[in-house]
Design a protein around this ligand. Structure first.
Ligand code: HEM
Length: 405
């Protein structure tokens, strides 16, 4: 294949998840690769694809050369306006980013996360209980979605009846490109639903201001550095970011992990016999099935990356499904091995934007896998799972299973 002519994200290449064969060729012959446009979004400029782990780390760590402030996905304005992204700290550079992340990090200390273990387990068991007497189910819609929605909802202080509207909104924003997840395009969502959601956030913030509780919203409302707290719009945007990041991501990796365990019964038996391997299986699943296929930076000056000349203003896209299978880092990278316990870049390549929720995601994934295997040790695939056709959300949108083999 002539890689010069290849664009990385035509939709037909992503019907069954990321194009691993293409990424393998790119890592081997053209690890920093230029695509000259995005067919589905004709107004969007071209982009560099970074496919090797070492280069992903170099880009992630050098925020002065590779900025997050001009958009964070390969598609810029065509999906979510850049102003909205840049109002969230994931779309900021230091020093603005430092201040906000510092304050938000207080909600994600290991102690605070650890305190949620019992609650997350109770939520998971409750959702699995609803399947009693059933022969079949869809693990995406009937297990993963209600668990992750309630976990992040309870973390933030959202009432359970709001879980579903939040999930619908966030699935369609994060799953841009997929006609089932995003049937009306993002424009109508931005106009109609987002303002309503922001209003709900403001009400919650006001309630916590008057009457503090122990949820994250309350912590953020009352957090201060050197006597300075967060502005209301900073909390609203941070809240939105946490909901978006906490909804689709854990769901995606749990479902991909369960699919891999059903497709590799030897690996599932290992976990059933030695449940203490589950944390290693979580890391292996994050490596092989990172929930987000990419995040993006924009070059702030002319520079060079692995021999390629990048110009100021160019988009630079880090493909984690590729860097996590880099043969320079992993032996037999396409093999799913629950004993591997690997390092990986599913939570980013290091540096300032490293995932804030990684400890929460790891805890949720461990509990979800533990409880599902305990309750349904012989789960088997029941039909063909469907992938979201999206260059961003690396997730299944359905995973039909027989619960008892
Ligand atoms: C399997 C689960 C998850 C994966 C794979 C994941 C992945 C990522 C990645 C790759 C980034 C880096 C973005 C960049 O470099 O530009 C990131 C950032 C972030 N994640 Fe996660 N995430 C997960 C779960 C969560 C959860 C549960 C939360 C919160 C509840 C969360 C909150 C965030 C936030 C706030 C950021 C922005 C950090 C910053 O800009 O400093 N993530 N995540």
């Amino acid at each position: 294949m002539d890689l010069d002519q290849v664009r990385v994200i035509p939709e037909e290449g992503w019907q069954d998840g990321p194009p691993h064969e293409l990424f393998k060729q790119m890592r081997g012959t053209c690890p920093v690769h230029w695509s000259d446009g995005i067919p589905a979004y004709p107004s969007e400029a071209g982009y560099w694809s970074v496919t090797r782990a070492e280069d992903v780390e170099a880009v992630s760590r050098d925020w002065e050369t590779y900025s997050s402030a001009s958009g964070i996905t390969v598609v810029s304005d065509a999906v979510i306006p850049v102003e909205l992204i840049s109002a969230m700290f994931i779309g900021m550079d230091p020093p603005k980013h430092d201040r906000l992340k510092n304050l938000f990090q207080r909600g994600f200390t290991p102690k605070r996360i650890g305190e949620h273990e019992e609650k997350i387990r109770a939520i998971t068991v409750d959702v699995l209980d609803r399947l009693d007497g059933r022969e079949r189910c869809d693990l995406v819609g009937e297990v993963a979605q209600p668990v992750v929605s309630r976990v992040i909802g309870s973390f933030m202080g959202i009432p359970p009846e709001d879980d579903e509207p939040w999930a619908t909104l966030l699935n369609s924003l994060v799953g841009f490109g997929d006609p089932d997840l995003n049937p009306n395009g993002t424009e109508t969502i931005m106009e109609n639903q987002v303002p309503l959601i922001f209003d709900r956030c403001r009400v919650l913030i006001e309630e916590r201001r008057i009457k503090p509780t122990d949820d994250l919203t309350s912590l953020l409302v009352h957090a201060e550095i050197d006597g300075n707290g967060l502005e209301e719009h900073e909390i609203v945007m941070g809240f939105f970011l946490l909901m978006a990041a906490g909804n689709d991501s854990t769901k995606a990796t749990y479902c991909s992990a369960m699919r891999a365990l059903m497709e590799h019964p030897d690996q599932r038996h290992l976990l059933l016999e030695e449940p203490e391997l589950i944390p290693s299986a979580v890391e292996e699943s994050l490596r092989m099935f990172p929930a987000f296929s990419h995040f993006r930076r924009t070059a702030t000056k002319d520079t060079e990356l692995n021999g390629m000349k990048i110009r100021k203003g160019d988009k630079v896209v880090m493909w984690y499904p590729s860097s996590n299978r880099d043969e320079e880092t992993y032996e037999d990278p396409d093999r799913f091995d629950v004993t591997r316990n690997p390092d990986h870049q599913a939570f980013g390549g290091g540096g300032r934007h490293f995932c804030l929720g990684s400890a929460l995601a790891r805890l949720e994934l461990r509990i979800l896998i533990e409880e599902t295997l305990k309750r349904f040790p012989a789960t088997a695939l029941d039909g063909t799972p469907a992938y979201a056709v999206s260059p961003f959300a690396n997730q299944l949108k359905s995973l039909p299973v027989r619960l008892h083999g």
